[in-house]
Design a protein around this ligand. Structure first.
Ligand SMILES: [Zn+2]
Ligand SMILES: [Zn+2]
Length: 187
């Protein structure tokens, strides 16, 4: 067996920090949102371990805003649960405690979500954009929850397809939920 240490030809790309990484995951979760008025994502983390994720969407088995329209009360769509509530609810379904965790959210939580995060035991909240009309900061301060505003993470997912031959092959394979059939893989 021949073992070598092969150094990379180019300097490695800058790795995202942990906070950037989890904020990007929250942005990714927001892609699943079903209310066209706002897309939010939330990732609940402890010790760099993802406990739960959520996005603003309808209750399980009920109609989506995208197909049935928004149910607007006092200028707020009430058809969906917010991302933070859905993340907390998903954790409860799987018996996961959130005590001591960090919430990464794409925007400042609304008053109700802020209260739920505090009550669930979240001790730190990281966001990159604000939300109008919320008492979140006040409740976080009163409860001793740390609030951090970060700059918006890089919007691109850097996956250099051309560099990894296995990924190129996977991209050519037909996928079960592809919108259109992919061309057959070359041999
Ligand atoms: Zn809606
Ligand atoms: Zn909310």
């Amino acid at each position: 067996m021949n073992i070598d240490i092969v150094k990379p030809a180019e300097p490695p790309a800058r790795r995202p920090t942990w906070d950037e990484y989890f904020l990007k995951l929250a942005m990714l979760a927001s892609e699943r949102a079903t209310c066209p008025r706002m897309h939010c994502g939330c990732v609940l983390v402890r010790d760099r371990y993802v406990l739960s994720t959520g996005y603003n969407g309808s209750l399980p088995g009920t109609p989506h805003c995208t197909t049935h329209g928004c149910l607007v009360v006092n200028n707020h769509c009430v058809r969906t649960n917010h991302a933070e509530i859905n993340a907390i609810c998903q954790a409860t379904r799987h018996g996961i405690t959130l005590t001591g965790g960090t919430a990464y959210v794409t925007n400042m939580p609304c008053t109700h979500c802020a209260k739920a995060l505090i009550a669930a035991g979240i001790v730190r909240v990281v966001i990159f954009s604000d939300y109008h009309d919320t008492l979140a900061e006040r409740f976080f301060q009163e409860a001793g929850v740390e609030l951090e505003r970060h700059h918006i993470p890089d919007l691109t997912i850097h996956y250099d397809l051309a560099k990894y031959s296995s990924a190129v092959a996977a991209a050519r394979r037909p996928c079960a939920d592809s919108p259109e059939p992919s061309p057959p893989a070359e041999r």
